[in-house]
Design a binder for this molecule. Structure first.
Ligand code: GDP
Length: 214
């Protein structure tokens, strides 16, 4: 039985116009390609094959929306850090994902997937800084913990926690051994329930005044 019995794939978007309606709450899942994002999503939702896993870095360039329950979504952002793609594709990624992050009102928090054998990279740090700036909560999953010894995994956890300095929460996770899966579900739930600081749109609809602009 899935932790989310009615979980279902909603749609893939290549442009902002294809995003589903911006109501309810959603948590976006980000991470560099091959970090183990799809495997983590499948383990958390207990639906093998919900998110596609792949050995090809950067194969999935779309934003994939899943409905966990009515009005609650999980959003699989395309993996970043794929240095080999042509600049044109990189620019499209930035426009698509940047546009999503900047305009999405229902986005309550982010799950950041990091391979526990690697340190945070500049893309990870950029996302963490963005989340802090915009008042979005962020939880880090240090995935593939089964690939390290207990001692190494704890050390890595301590190091990332100290770098995050209280600005985000972090845990060990493995889609293989299932370490931390329950903890990740709780974290996801907490992110979904903490809606705050709705996005202030930088453009006003014609004929309306936005009180936030004074
Ligand atoms: P994505 O590109 O971030 O979606 O990563 P995937 O979920 O497709 O995983 C990339 C590779 O890492 C695949 O070969 C997975 O089988 C493997 N992988 C993912 N999670 C784990 C894990 O927790 N433990 C181990 N040992 N391998 C994993």
């Amino acid at each position: 039985m899935s932790a989310y019995p009615t979980v279902r794939f909603l749609l893939s978007a290549n442009h902002a116009q294809q995003f589903p309606g911006d109501s309810g709450v959603e948590v976006a899942v980000a991470g560099r390609s091959n970090a183990g994002k799809s495997s983590a999503l499948n383990a958390i939702t207990q639906r093998q094959g919900l998110a596609r896993t792949s050995k090809t870095p950067g194969r999935t360039q779309l934003i994939n929306f899943f409905e966990l329950a009515p009005g609650r979504r999980l959003v699989d952002l395309p993996g970043y850090g794929y240095a080999k793609v042509p600049p044109r594709m990189r620019a499209h990624w930035q426009e698509l994902v940047g546009g999503y992050l900047e305009t999405r009102n229902s986005l309550t928090g982010l799950l950041l997937i990091v391979d526990c054998r690697r340190a945070l990279n500049d893309d990870d740090r950029g996302l963490i800084a963005w989340a802090r700036q915009r008042g979005r909560r962020l939880h880090v999953l240090l995935t593939k913990s089964d690939k390290l010894t207990r001692h190494e995994a704890r050390q890595q956890l301590r190091q990332v926690a100290s770098e995050l300095d209280g600005g985000a929460t972090v845990q060990l996770f493995s889609a293989v051994s299932k370490e931390g899966v329950e903890e990740a579900r709780h974290a996801l739930q907490a992110l979904l329930e903490n809606k705050k600081n709705p996005v202030v749109r930088l453009t006003e609809p014609p004929g309306q005044t936005n009180p936030a602009w004074g």
